[in-house]
Design a protein around this ligand. Structure first.
Ligand code: DX5
Ligand code: ZN
Length: 217
């Protein structure tokens, strides 16, 4: 299982030490929750934080844009070293504009992902599924770490797994919000490829917590 610790829950008083532990862990991705205070009622961090991780780590930098203007932010975070840029379908309303942004991210040399909030159906993103490298299913309402997993997300993961497999799309399924060993196992059984985990990773022994998810098959 690909594990993506969300650094939203990092202990910022011990950034350097925790960065080192993450680097030595079995986490393949590092997940960056970018919030603008408008798309979600919270603010997180800008590109300099990503630059610092990129400089010190060899992991895949996975940027989740929870912002009103993902086109503007995409370039800023690609310049800072993002490997994946995921934007919300709810922030880019027209399919043509979603396609244009996906193409733009690809032209800039990054991988592109699209995300759906808990109240958005899989059907809404079907038109772009063949074009993205990743689909992110939000299993909590975006904005804050430490919320409880919304179980209806499992049906979305199963639905996406079937569509992606039936059509041979080259697209990873990522789930984000309320992931721990129990919900991580349920998502694994539903067919997910990447588990994002914030609180679960950082509110315990980081390496051990990553390993429990990494070992899920
Ligand atoms: C929520 C973020 C998540 C969050 C997950 O808006 O997108 O990535 O950090 O945190 P936990 O794992 O604590 O639910
Ligand atoms: Zn996220």
């Amino acid at each position: 299982m690909i594990v993506a610790p969300s650094i939203l829950s990092l202990d910022y008083g011990n950034t350097k030490e925790q960065m080192q532990v993450l680097e030595e862990s079995n986490a393949e991705f590092i997940h960056f929750d970018v919030m603008d205070g408008h798309f979600v009622p919270n603010l997180s961090f800008g590109p300099d934080i990503l630059k610092a991780y990129k400089k010190n780590m060899s992991k895949v930098m996975d940027v989740h844009l929870m912002v009103d203007d993902p086109k503007f932010m995409a370039d800023i975070f690609i310049d800072a070293g993002a490997d994946y840029i995921t934007f919300h379908s709810e922030a880019v309303h027209e399919i043509a504009n979603q396609v244009a942004l996906i193409d733009h991210i690809h032209e800039r040399g990054s991988k592109a992902g699209i995300s759906i909030k808990p109240d958005t159906c899989v059907a809404n993103i079907l038109p772009v599924l063949s074009k993205v490298d990743l689909v992110l299913v939000m299993s909590v309402y975006p904005g804050f770490g430490g919320q409880s997993f919304i179980e209806s997300s499992l049906d979305k993961i199963k639905e996406l797994r079937k569509i992606i497999d039936d059509n041979h799309y080259d697209c990873l399924i990522e789930v984000d919000g309320g992931i721990n060993l129990e919900t991580g196992r349920m998502c694994t059984e539903a067919g997910v490829d990447i588990l994002v985990a914030g609180s679960y990773t950082f509110k315990g022994d980081i390496k051990e917590r990553v390993d429990t998810l990494w070992n899920l098959k």
